[in-house]
Design a binder for this molecule. Structure first.
Ligand code: OAD
Length: 236
């Protein structure tokens, strides 16, 4: 990208494509999660009210699976950028795995929640959680058996939108990595960032639904594109 020297503040949006090469299924690619499960059955508050066992089992399996996966070269490169970048930097991830953190990134915001948290609907506490929720364990804070996955379901508001918009306002560069651009509000960040004056870059296996909104788009696997881009950024 031309003019990288003028870039100080960066917002990076990541999606399932960043974790795909770690062996975590995406949602909308061929064979993706939403081909095998109906969103309305497992990822809405109504589904949880109707059939909590089905929903808890679905997330228990996903929580268990992510703990067997390892960060890949894309996560590692973003962690390297986070550690070295002198300006503001925020990795806004739609992913509910912990692979950015396990690669060593610190400035990470999980806008769709996290598999490794449980959320108590009785006392509102979030507790670190690695095991299953199907047996309705007690909340470590209040003792009620009212834990649910700390996942933002369809129809629920993503987390920490104020912080995300504050970062977008200050951003000189917005980079979207491994996301299809199908789910709002995240899919709209590229236009928000542009309107607020940032340059925009897409790194994705294929053109996303919003690809035309980006100043530049590079297409290929994240484990190739992201390390190369980070190298460019750190070279100045
Ligand atoms: P999607 O499954 O919709 O899109 C994944 C994107 O990653 C696609 O555009 C793929 O082309 C791309 N991709 C796949 N493999 C890749 C690779 N190796 N390198 C680079 N790109 C690759 O996933 P998201 O956009 O993250 O929400 O989905 C957004 C939200 O929809 C998720 O956070 C989830 C889902 O419903 C909730 O669960 C709340």
């Amino acid at each position: 990208m031309a003019g990288m020297a003028s870039i100080r503040n960066i917002v990076i949006l990541t999606g399932a494509g960043v974790s795909a090469e770690s062996g975590i299924d995406t949602f909308r690619d061929g064979g993706g999660l939403w081909e095998r499960h109906r969103v309305e059955d497992v990822a809405t508050p109504e589904a949880f009210a109707r059939d909590p066992e089905l929903v808890l089992r679905f997330y228990d399996m996903r929580r268990e699976a992510i703990q067997t996966r390892q960060p890949n070269a894309a996560h590692a490169a973003l962690a390297r950028l986070d550690a070295a970048w002198p300006g503001e930097l925020l990795i806004v991830t739609q992913n509910v795995d912990d692979l950015h953190e396990r690669a060593g990134a610190n400035r990470v915001l999980h806008m769709h929640g996290e598999h490794l948290n449980a959320w108590c609907t009785a006392c509102d506490a979030r507790s670190p959680w690695r095991g299953p929720l199907i047996a309705r364990p007690a909340c470590p804070e209040c003792g009620e058996r009212a834990l649910r996955p700390d996942i933002v379901w369809f129809g629920e508001m993503p987390y920490r939108m104020d912080e995300i918009f504050a970062a977008l306002r200050e951003a000189d560069l917005f980079v979207s990595i491994g996301t299809s651009g199908a789910v709002y509000p995240a899919a709209g960040f590229v236009r928000n960032a542009r309107d607020l004056g940032a340059r925009t870059l897409e790194l994705n296996l294929e053109p996303s639904q919003g690809t035309l909104w980006f100043d530049e788009a590079r297409h290929g696997p994240a484990t190739e594109l992201v390390p190369a881009w980070v190298e460019e950024m750190l070279a100045g």
